[in-house]
Design a protein around this ligand. Structure first.
Ligand code: PSU
Ligand code: MN
Length: 307
């Protein structure tokens, strides 16, 4: 196993699991602090850890607390991230500053991937990935999640990409960066709330074992970087694309009118969509994270069995 980087603080449970080669699944914290309202966010965080345990893996939620990158959190830590007013959104560029200041930070997909890799964790479950924003040809707003996927050896399980982003351009960018995009059980790339996006699955897999085989092939031959596993939202929880499409357009127009920019855009849009759907988007978001947790734990189990 990789020895965890000495600047990280792991819980005893996570360190023990990594030593014993028990499957471990990383979880991000921006989704808690900046992706969902309180108290549904902390309930989701606790529940998802439970689902990962039920499926035979050890959960490791990742965040920066008091400047220290933490791998594995307890209930009080999750409560703090969910409710404290002063938790920064930490992508890769923000990590050194938040550490140096001894501050609290909720890690994005990019920062969580890097910290997971530094701990020796290879599988990470989230809700949705960042990507190329609509209008990026003018704003250059492309999430660091994509460049991190190019660099860091972690498999990220998500429900695809929300159409607050330009899904086609996001898939093009992932292709350029050499990142495999595997869609679980579907020929369509999913768009978070909906199973379809109008874009075909670049690659289809139908089992966790197939994902583990792709991980082994990629890293075995020495290709650095991550993999995207897109897991379509369960049929019963889906919000039809035309309904959510209209809401996303309205949320985007509101963000323009308010001149929301940079790192605040994604949290603003997520919150506005919850308001505009009277909470229906939140119910769907929680359902898809549950489903991703089940799949991620199974992938971690299959990968551990091969290693
Ligand atoms: N997309 C979602 N839900 C989220 C995020 C994205 O559907 O919670 C969060 C993730 O933490 C992701 C981050 O890494 O937003 C991307 O932010 P930005 O676009 O500023 O890189
Ligand atoms: Mn951005």
């Amino acid at each position: 196993m990789t020895t965890p980087h000495p600047m990280l603080r792991l819980t005893d449970e996570v360190s023990q699991a990594l030593r014993d080669r028990t499957p471990v699944v990383a979880l991000e914290s921006t989704i808690i602090s900046h992706g969902m309202p309180y108290p549904q966010n902390v309930a989701m965080a606790v529940e998802v850890e439970g689902i990962i345990r039920e499926h035979g893996a050890v959960p490791a939620t990742i965040a920066v607390l008091g400047g220290i990158p933490r791998i594995g959190l307890d209930r009080d830590d999750l409560e703090l991230l969910a409710s404290h007013g002063d938790v920064a959104k930490v992508s890769l560029r923000d990590l050194p500053f938040v550490m140096a200041r001894g501050a609290h930070g909720a890690t994005t997909v990019a920062a969580t991937m890097r910290l997971a890799a530094l701990a020796g964790i290879r599988v990470f479950v989230t809700g949705g990935l960042g990507g190329v924003h609509r209008g990026a040809e003018h704003t250059f707003d492309v999430s660091a999640d994509l460049t991190e996927l190019a660099a860091t050896d972690v498999t990220v399980v998500s429900a695809g990409v929300k159409s607050i982003l330009d899904i086609g351009l996001t898939l093009e960018k992932l292709e350029t960066l050499g990142v495999p995009v595997l869609v679980h059980g579907s020929d369509e790339f999913p768009s978070f709330y909906s199973r379809d996006s109008g874009h075909r699955a670049p690659m289809r897999v139908d089992s966790p074992a197939e994902v583990a085989a792709v991980m082994t092939a990629k890293w075995g031959i020495g290709l650095a970087g991550g993999l995207v596993v897109a897991n379509p939202i369960p049929v019963a929880d889906e919000i039809p694309a035309d309904r959510i499409g209209a809401i996303i357009s309205r949320a985007l127009a509101d963000s323009e009118a308010l001149n929301v920019r940079g790192k605040d855009i994604t949290p603003y849009l997520l919150g506005r969509i919850v308001e505009l759907t009277d909470g229906a988007s939140l119910t769907a978001n929680i359902a898809l994270v549950r489903s991703n947790a089940r799949l991620g734990a199974a992938i971690a189990g299959e990968y551990a069995a091969r290693a």
